[in-house]
Design a protein around this ligand. Structure first.
Ligand SMILES: [Zn+2]
Length: 287
């Protein structure tokens, strides 16, 4: 059942659990996430980055695939189709394409420009009944081979952006995308507490969920995090299982080269990762 993400995240905030956003890359990915969420009776958010949208032949194709698959698989749990780290133009395209949720990432702009663009997109998104996430304090991660440290968002700026009518807020608290370096200092809970206090209970979003220890995830949820983004971890699981299949020579046995067989171990590995995260986030049975 395709819905916007506002209600499911308010329920998560009130129930002290988090809904996972799992980024999708193709049909197998989408099927794996949807079927696992249904099996566990968990609400779920399908994340689509601008790059993944382009890879899947555009947002309209993605929206059509997700809607049709949701119906064909008889999915009953709430599913949001969400643009991840959208540009201003990307957000507008996804509203038109039939997404149910968008994220506008204006974190690299001066705060005044982030405020102006977020305000405009809140009006457009809500007029079309989509939920909208905004971001303050950029999330670090690897860019051109350099791993940047995650910024820590200012509680005042968070307050300003949260007051614009957005449905949920991504705030940097030392989290980064991709794999965390060995010398990572961990999440900044002091900052998270201040942001939570300054933003009037708005559901908070934790990006870069891959590799954050379970105890930190649980503490973050207790401090108002209601949505956690997982991307790299599914990719690593898919790659490792696919590598295992090929290295074991399975593609050379009988019809092991059939893509439906070749991609099966990787797809099962995505399912296992999604299940593990849904259990950790506490959203199983909350649909
Ligand atoms: Zn992110």
């Amino acid at each position: 059942m395709l819905v916007n993400a506002a209600e499911m995240l308010k329920k998560a905030r009130d129930g002290k659990y988090a809904v996972g956003q799992f980024n999708i890359n193709n049909l197998e990915w989408t099927k794996a996430v949807l079927s696992t969420a249904e099996e566990l009776k968990s609400p779920v958010i399908l994340g689509v980055s601008e790059g993944a949208g382009k890879y899947m032949a555009g947002y309209t194709t993605v929206a059509a695939m997700v809607k049709a698959m949701d119906a064909s698989l008889g999915i009953t749990v709430p599913v949001a189709l969400h643009l991840d780290h959208g540009s201003y133009d990307g957000c507008k395209k996804c509203i038109e394409a039939g997404f149910t949720s968008i994220m506008f990432d204006g974190s690299h702009f001066e705060i005044s420009e982030n405020v102006a663009k977020t305000t405009e997109l809140v009006a457009l998104a809500h007029a079309a009944k989509l939920s909208i996430e905004a971001e303050v304090g950029s999330i670090g991660g690897e860019e051109d081979g350099v791993i940047g440290e995650g910024e820590v968002a200012s509680p005042e700026e968070c307050k300003k952006i949260a007051s614009l009518g957005i449905d949920f807020l991504a705030a940097g608290i030392g989290n980064i995308h991709g794999i965390y370096p060995p010398n990572w200092k961990g999440l900044n809970f002091d900052a998270l507490g201040k942001i939570h206090d300054a933003t009037d209970g708005i559901p908070l979003v934790l990006h870069g969920g891959t590799g954050i220890p379970s105890d930190m995830i649980k503490k973050a949820i207790s401090l108002g995090v209601s949505k956690i983004n997982v991307n790299t971890e599914c990719q690593l699981a898919f790659a490792a299982a696919t590598r295992g299949y090929i290295e074991a020579g399975k593609d050379k046995e009988s019809k092991g080269f059939d893509p439906r067989k070749l991609l099966a171990p990787g797809t099962d590995a995505i399912k296992a990762t999604v299940k593990e995260k849904i259990d950790l986030f506490g959203s199983a049975g909350k649909a």
